[in-house]
Ligand binder design. Structure first.
Ligand SMILES: *[C@@H]1O[C@H](CO)[C@@H](O)[C@H](O)[C@H]1NC(C)=O
Ligand SMILES: *[C@@H]1O[C@H](CO)[C@@H](O)[C@H](O)[C@H]1NC(C)=O
Ligand SMILES: *[C@@H]1O[C@H](CO)[C@@H](O)[C@H](O)[C@H]1NC(C)=O
Ligand SMILES: *[C@@H]1O[C@H](CO)[C@@H](O)[C@H](O)[C@H]1NC(C)=O
Ligand SMILES: *[C@@H]1O[C@H](CO)[C@@H](O)[C@H](O)[C@H]1NC(C)=O
Ligand SMILES: *[C@@H]1O[C@H](CO)[C@@H](O)[C@H](O)[C@H]1NC(C)=O
Ligand SMILES: *[C@@H]1O[C@H](CO)[C@@H](O)[C@H](O)[C@H]1NC(C)=O
Ligand SMILES: *[C@@H]1O[C@H](CO)[C@@H](O)[C@H](O)[C@H]1NC(C)=O
Ligand SMILES: *[C@@H]1O[C@H](CO)[C@@H](O)[C@H](O)[C@H]1NC(C)=O
Ligand SMILES: *[C@@H]1O[C@H](CO)[C@@H](O)[C@H](O)[C@H]1NC(C)=O
Ligand SMILES: *[C@@H]1O[C@H](CO)[C@@H](O)[C@H](O)[C@H]1NC(C)=O
Length: 571
């Protein structure tokens, strides 16, 4: 039965046996009194120093060598614990535990007194002065409890706890044992006396009996000076972001009669005093709620902003003799947040690159073609870059516009400036050549189909404005699967009168709308409209005349350059 006696005030005993190391700080002597023949364990801990990576070393009385870590040894160290299985009378003495971490060194002194236990023996000897753990009070008239103190490391397996009074096993509805406690209902003065709790402890296959004697006195609930109980904090740590605000409650239960002071302290100084200048950390105003048997107090501590210096510092809540603290810790980095952030950044980057590419796509492609296009002829057996197909609208002004675009501007820009070769129906076929032949011959020789569209009154479709030959050409070209460039001369609201294939192409690839001035004689290939047309044209063959193959074919099919054949397209 381990006991932590009340710290003797101001004890700073210079022990002759042990030499003080200059770098280590000493704590006040702790007193433990336990009876012989039973297991003893003591955890060497000093929060917040033992928070995190520490090195703990136990030393025997008057010995400079550390205690064995062999679990079979009667006295040995396990993690931070010292274990004595079982205690002998001669184990009395002053034990030393040294806690070291990279920044600190602390020496904890334990005065262990082992006495012979006169439990349930007639030859009762007087006990030495014991700590509060041995003396417990039951308050008359209420439900109260006794505590069996069993603090052992995890390697020790504890059996069920049995409770005794005056050497007899306790039974009856008034007594309810629960998790190391014995709850007592309807307490009367007769409940005072000599109690004991026992439990079997198993360690490394060996069993030991723990006997915990408790001298119980009763007290009227009204007069009992119960120790205030701090429900929260529980010597815990709180994760908090640097720079954030934080409010922590100290929740306390205390009996009605107690006039305890409740406050928050840091480094043993009242918080409001410690931060009297900045007022960054403040104590809240105490509130209370009354219950029949006790009063529930809450006093909070407010951090306006958490700073780096706050981490690792214990903030203590005091209520009379009871204390409890919390420590702030930095939250572990949230890798998920980083990952999501990275993905979002990547998505934004990709989207913006795509947007920029889309916006400058035409310029990029045209620049690329001009910079990197090979000088070799595309050997696909084609003679023309595009077959130009256009309607003959009924309206005179429209017809003039179409003719200007097809017969003047298209050749001027695409042939003159960009050195493409166009086959324009009504300009380039041989006189007298059969239409079927024209189609057959030329379809195979073109890389693109340029289709000029004009708005029509709903009753008159595109096809009605083209010659039968044109339609045949058009259908044949579509069947070959040639790429089509749609050019709208004016805005076309209603596509429903157009052939389905045109509607489909318009939906899928869009159309290029004429934006320039038809009356302008010198067109620039660098305007937006012409750039878009060029973008859809095949990569320019450069220089086209250099290829012997192309030349040969050009010779075989010399292209009449006259404009007198314009009127050939008829209904
Ligand atoms: C014993 O002390 C260590 C720190 O020294 C601590 O981590 C551990 O929780 C303590 N064990 C118990 C049961 O209090
Ligand atoms: C240790 O405790 C025993 C018994 O309580 C006492 O007689 C002795 O003086 C203590 N020693 C020190 C150094 O406090
Ligand atoms: C005291 O009681 C314990 C267990 O009850 C027993 O083992 C021991 O022999 C007794 N001692 C004396 C002196 O009677
Ligand atoms: C127990 O301690 C009190 C003071 O705390 C003292 O008056 C008393 O004599 C002590 N009794 C024994 C048996 O040591
Ligand atoms: C406590 O005493 C009351 C009457 O005073 C009784 O009704 C109740 O059953 C008792 N409770 C227990 C657990 O004995
Ligand atoms: C229990 O403690 C009281 C004082 O706290 C004392 O008068 C009484 O003799 C003790 N009883 C036993 C059995 O030790
Ligand atoms: C403290 O008590 C208040 C009620 O006064 C409650 O709202 C709060 O959740 C409690 N805090 C903790 C940590 O138990
Ligand atoms: C804590 O208080 C002591 C004096 O009581 C002082 O020497 C020490 O510097 C203080 N520590 C901090 C972190 O303020
Ligand atoms: C903290 O205490 C103050 C009183 O000082 C109160 O106004 C405030 O509501 C409390 N905050 C919380 C979160 O309980
Ligand atoms: C509880 O709070 C009220 C004010 O809110 C105060 O008057 C009273 O004294 C408090 N009670 C206790 C026991 O602190
Ligand atoms: C919290 O720490 C204080 C002081 O270190 C100690 O008195 C108290 O018993 C501890 N409470 C818990 C629940 O561990």
């Amino acid at each position: 039965m381990r006991t932590r006696s009340l710290l003797l005030c101001g004890v700073s005993i210079a022990l002759p046996l042990l030499v003080r190391a200059d770098t280590c700080k000493d704590t006040d002597m702790q007193h433990e009194a336990t009876s012989a023949d039973q297991p003893f364990a003591f955890n060497c801990t000093y929060p917040p120093l033992t928070y995190g990576e520490v090195n703990v070393m136990w030393y025997l009385p008057a010995s400079k060598s550390p205690i064995s870590k062999d679990k079979k040894s009667r006295i040995h160290q396990e993690h931070t614990w010292i274990l004595i299985l079982p205690l002998k009378l001669e184990d009395s003495g002053i034990y030393l535990c040294v806690i070291k971490n990279p920044d600190n060194c602390l020496r904890i002194w334990i005065n262990l007194t082992v006495f012979e236990k006169p439990w349930c023996n007639t030859s009762r000897r007087s006990l030495p002065n014991l700590s509060d753990d041995y003396k417990q009070i039951l308050h008359i008239g209420i439900i109260d409890s006794l505590t069996c103190h069993l603090d052992f490391p995890e390697t020790c397996v504890l059996g069920p706890i049995m409770w005794y009074k005056d050497c007899k096993l306790i039974t009856g509805a008034r007594f309810v044992p629960l998790e190391g406690k014995l709850f007592v209902y309807n307490i009367s003065e007769e409940d005072s006396g000599s109690y004991a709790c026992t439990a079997k402890l198993t360690h490394e296959g060996r069993s030991y009996m723990i006997v915990n004697s408790i001298n119980v006195s009763t007290s009227k609930a009204g007069n009992g000076r119960r120790i205030p109980k701090i429900i929260y904090p529980k010597n815990n740590s709180i994760e908090v972001q640097l720079g954030s605000a934080l409010i922590v409650d100290c929740n306390i239960t205390d009996s009605k009669e107690n006039t305890n002071l409740r406050c928050w302290r840091v480094n043993n100084t009242l918080v409001d005093t410690y931060y009297s200048e900045s007022k960054r950390i403040q104590e809240g105003i105490e509130t209370n709620v009354s219950f029949p048997e006790y009063i529930f107090y809450t006093v909070n501590i407010t951090f306006l902003e958490v700073k780096m210096e706050d981490y690792g510092l214990p903030f203590m809540c005091h209520a009379g003799v009871s204390t409890a603290y919390f420590i702030l810790t930095l939250p572990a980095p949230d890798f998920r947040a980083y990952l999501i952030g990275g993905l979002i950044a990547l998505a934004i980057l990709v989207t913006s690159v795509l947007c920029i590419y889309n916006y400058f796509k035409i310029d990029i492609v045209l620049w690329y073609r001009s910079a990197f296009c090979s000088t070799k002829t595309i050997e696909d057996g084609k003679l023309y870059d595009a077959y130009v197909l256009y309607p003959k609208p009924r309206r005179e002004s429209q017809r003039r516009d179409v003719d200007t675009l097809v017969l003047k501007l298209l050749p001027a820009v695409l042939e003159g400036q960009c050195r493409y070769k166009l086959f324009i129906f009504g300009r380039d076929e041989f006189p007298g050549q059969a239409v079927a032949n024209v189609i057959d011959e030329n379809i195979k020789l073109c890389r693109r189909l340029i289709l000029i569209l004009v708005p029509e009154s709903p009753s008159v479709g595109l096809l009605t404005n083209m010659s039968a030959e044109q339609i045949a050409v058009y259908n044949a070209l579509i069947q070959v699967g040639m790429k089509v460039i749609l050019i709208e001369l004016e805005r076309i609201e209603d596509y429903s009168t157009m052939p389905e294939s045109v509607q489909y192409m318009r939906q899928k690839h869009g159309a290029i709308r004429w934006t320039g001035d038809l009356s302008e004689q010198s067109q620039s290939a660098k305007t937006k409209f012409w750039k878009r047309v060029r973008y859809h044209m095949p990569p320019r063959r450069f220089p086209p005349a250099c290829s012997p193959a192309a030349e040969a074919r050009t010779l075989r099919l010399p292209r009449p350059q006259t404009e007198t054949r314009v009127g050939l397209i008829t209904h």
